[in-house]
Design a protein around this ligand. Structure first.
Ligand SMILES: Cc1cc2nc3c(=O)[nH]c(=O)nc-3n(C[C@H](O)[C@H](O)[C@H](O)COP(=O)(O)OP(=O)(O)OC[C@H]3O[C@@H](n4cnc5c(N)ncnc54)[C@H](O)[C@@H]3O)c2cc1C
Ligand SMILES: *[C@@H]1O[C@H](CO)[C@@H](O)[C@H](O)[C@H]1NC(C)=O
Ligand SMILES: *[C@@H]1O[C@H](CO)[C@@H](O)[C@H](O)[C@H]1NC(C)=O
Ligand SMILES: *[C@@H]1O[C@H](CO)[C@@H](O)[C@H](O)[C@H]1NC(C)=O
Ligand SMILES: *[C@@H]1O[C@H](CO)[C@@H](O)[C@H](O)[C@H]1NC(C)=O
Ligand SMILES: *[C@@H]1O[C@H](CO)[C@@H](O)[C@H](O)[C@H]1NC(C)=O
Length: 637
């Protein structure tokens, strides 16, 4: 064998080490077509819904300085509470569709990274947040719209009616649809009602409005699409009487241009019922409304991710696997979306971010570039103690570092956290996985003894940054109930998080946000770890499960062992450490050569080992030094 052969062999070996574990080509092709999770089309509202989808591209043009108002929902697709609220919000939009010349119903997905700037500037603190932005709205310091503190459909309608009626429209926002909300006075009469109205107005409807209600406003808004009718409110019973209104029995009347007045009795006392009565009466007179226009910006509706069925099959086969892709997605979303979206990071928030990055730096599942990224980000954030750090500064630094250190991530999609629809699972699943992973790495790290290292970082993160507001509140309450600050050691910290997560699983089992493909069960399932159960599973179904905590701890340590973290679906495995599996393959390759020629083979074998050690040294000095299991790897060669 010549020296050239040896060189070729060495090169081949090095190339092989660098491109370790390439996934199936078909799978790779499927993944290429898959959209990343922050795909702007994955919001909660589709084309068929009457909710107008906002994004950075149309936000200003749709809600700033318009001659009508807007109700805007700021939400996160992955927030369970936002998903539970979505049907109500769709129904609000449907219900208020006739108001659309005066008020539109819209929503923006703050989980889409492109919208970071808007959600940050509007100082959205919780999700979902509802804001009313009036006609002529311009954002300014302390002026980001009026919040609605309710998620009840009727209350939303009433509050909006009140806000619309309180608007003082100037002539610069002339909107011919805008109703006249002033109450009728003693000076008004059947003939004076038509003064100043266009000749298209054939009728004026007069509505008696009970004190402290928005009934008349709502009727006026429900009638904005009827050019032949104007609605006026009356509150004083004496004035109402002039229009043949009896507040109890006949609270609504219609006045025509000849001064004829007819009073009506709507079915029930609400704006829509009054409007329906008017629609009926007018319909019989062959008077019709204008068609309602929905100005829905075009966007492709959320579709099933291609290649998703393969992913789901893989995850079903390996229910308890921890996937590299999910750990990376969690980190990426935390940095790009959640931290970057905060307006000002100071005080407790800053401390929480520093703690989180310090822990992530120590137990970082990313490859060498990712290690540098997190270290540099931590160094950057640690400088800000008295000065204020803004989310946009953080985002800028993050993007600068990522561009400089690129490529950082070995994948850009979920694997173990893939949902059967793009709106299910995803980020919140991966965040749990990341924190479990870090508690286990901490338990295996001899250098630190602080049992709260990871739990404290997690608590601070969830409290200050997690965009699922309801989850965050639940978690904080659970943490104090389960005495998170009294966890005695690092192994108990692993078990604390496991038990807390199981409590959440139990609470959410059967919930509307549950993915039918991945029902919420106690973890680990008996199929994954039978010895984790003390009571036979068949008997424990209706009873409290009696866990074998030692077995559970061993199981959790096993599945989170970096050597066993699955790289299924990872596109750039070369960014990661070679695994033990890879090392075994290498040994098999060298054994092939020993068959060829015993003496040459021995030489080659030695050469291979030298090359591999060199290769690892090379890798190690590029930044793997701090990894505790790097040494194990070398030891096994
Ligand atoms: C801190 C926190 C609090 C939350 N609170 C709420 C809430 O109040 N309301 C709400 O609707 N949603 C809440 N969520 C979201 C919810 O818990 C799930 O993340 C989401 O519904 C997606 O569920 P999933 O089926 O993908 O599995 P997840 O529960 O997200 O679990 C992710 C993965 O972790 C593994 N796993 C499951 N259980 C355990 C365990 N006990 N120990 C170790 N590993 C486990 C499994 O492999 C699973 O696939 C919260 C999320 C977080 C991170
Ligand atoms: C939207 O308007 C705000 C406030 O006027 C402005 O700061 C921002 O740059 C605008 N965004 C776009 C995309 O035009
Ligand atoms: C409404 O606007 C006009 C003109 O801008 C102003 O003079 C008037 O005081 C305002 N009324 C109220 C109630 O704010
Ligand atoms: C007000 O409306 C009229 C008629 O619709 C229009 O001609 C005029 O330009 C509008 N004025 C302003 C300031 O928008
Ligand atoms: C009604 O008209 C009289 C006389 O013009 C006036 O003094 C009074 O203030 C008016 N009332 C109301 C409520 O506008
Ligand atoms: C309307 O509200 C006012 C102020 O809140 C209150 O004093 C009054 O009693 C209310 N009237 C009715 C009929 O509820």
């Amino acid at each position: 064998m010549s020296a050239t052969h040896l060189v070729i062999l060495a090169v081949a070996l090095l190339v092989d080490i660098a491109s370790a574990g390439v996934p199936l080509p078909r799978y790779e092709a499927l993944l290429k077509q898959q959209s990343p999770p922050s795909d702007p089309t994955l919001g909660l509202y589709d084309d068929g819904d009457k909710v107008i989808r906002l994004s950075v591209d149309n936000f200003n043009a749709t809600v700033l300085d318009q001659n009508r108002g807007a109700l805007v929902e700021f939400y996160n697709t992955y927030c369970g509470h936002c998903r539970r609220f979505a049907p109500t919000y769709k129904s609000v939009a449907e219900h208020l569709l006739p108001w659309s010349e005066v008020l539109i119903v819209a929503a923006i997905d703050c989980a889409a990274e492109e919208n970071n700037g808007i959600c940050r500037n509007y100082e959205v603190m919780g999700y979902p947040t509802l804001r009313y932005l009036g006609p002529g709205f311009q954002p300014g310091p302390q002026h980001y719209g009026q919040s609605l503190h309710t998620q009840d459909k009727n209350e939303i309608r009433e509050i909006l009616a009140g806000m619309v009626a309180a608007e003082n429209l100037t002539s610069s926002h002339n909107n011919s649809y805008w109703p006249n909300f002033h109450y009728l006075t003693e000076n008004d009469s059947a003939s004076s009602l038509f003064e100043g109205l266009s000749s298209a107005t054939e009728y004026v409807a007069v509505v008696h409005e009970p004190e402290n209600t928005t009934l008349g406003v709502e009727v006026a808004l429900f009638m904005t699409q009827w050019p032949a009718v104007r609605v006026r409110r009356v509150i004083d019973p004496a004035v109402a009487a002039k229009f043949k209104i009896d507040p109890t029995n006949l609270p609504l009347s219609l006045v025509d241009r000849k001064g004829e007045i007819t009073a009506y009795a709507p079915e029930s006392t609400n704006g829509e019922s009054y409007a329906k009565k008017l629609w009926d009466v007018l319909g019989k007179k062959n008077i019709t409304p204008r068609p309602v226009k929905v100005h829905q910006p075009s966007a492709t509706p959320a579709s099933k991710i291609k290649g998703q069925n393969e992913l789901i099959d893989e995850v079903h086969r390996n229910k308890h696997f921890v996937y590299q892709a999910d750990l990376e997605q969690a980190i990426r979303t935390v940095l790009h979306n959640e931290v970057s979206k905060v307006g000002e990071i100071s005080g407790e928030k800053l401390l929480a971010l520093q703690r989180f990055l310090a822990v992530l730096q120590r137990y970082n599942p990313l490859g060498a570039n990712g290690h540098q990224l997190v270290s540099k980000l931590k160094d950057y954030v640690v400088q800000f103690n008295d000065q204020r750090l803004t989310g946009s500064q953080f985002e800028e630094e993050l993007k600068r570092l990522e561009a400089h250190l690129s490529p950082v991530y070995s994948s850009n999609h979920f694997v173990g956290c893939v949902g059967s629809s793009p709106r299910l699972r995803g980020f919140s699943c991966s965040l749990w996985t990341l924190f479990h992973f870090m508690t286990v790495q901490a338990a295996n790290n001899e250098e630190t003894q602080d049992p709260l290292e990871v739990l404290q970082a997690m608590h601070g993160y969830i409290k200050n940054f997690f965009g699922c507001t309801e989850c965050s509140e639940h978690f904080q309450a659970m943490a104090s109930r389960r005495k998170i600050w009294s966890v005695p050691n690092k192994e108990e910290a692993v078990l604390w998080l496991w038990a807390a997560h199981n409590e959440v699983n139990q609470r959410l089992a059967g919930d509307a946000t549950e993915d039918p493909e991945f029902p919420k069960k106690q973890f680990p399932a008996p199929e994954s770890c039978n010895e984790c159960y003390r009571t036979p599973v068949s008997k424990s179904e209706n009873l409290e499960i009696e866990w074998n905590k030692d077995a559970v701890l061993g199981f959790l340590k096993n599945i989170h062992n970096p050597q066993f973290v699955s790289r299924y679906g990872v596109q750039r495995e070369e960014l990661l450490h070679p695994t033990a599996d890879k090392m075994r393959q290498k040994r098999q390759i060298s054994s092939v050569f020993t068959d060829m020629d015993m003496r040459m083979g021995m030489l080659l074998y030695a050469f291979c080992i030298v090359m591999m050690v060199l290769a690892f040294k090379l890798f190690a000095f590029k930044g793997y030094r701090k990894k505790p299991y790097g040494h194990d790897l070398l030891g096994k060669v």
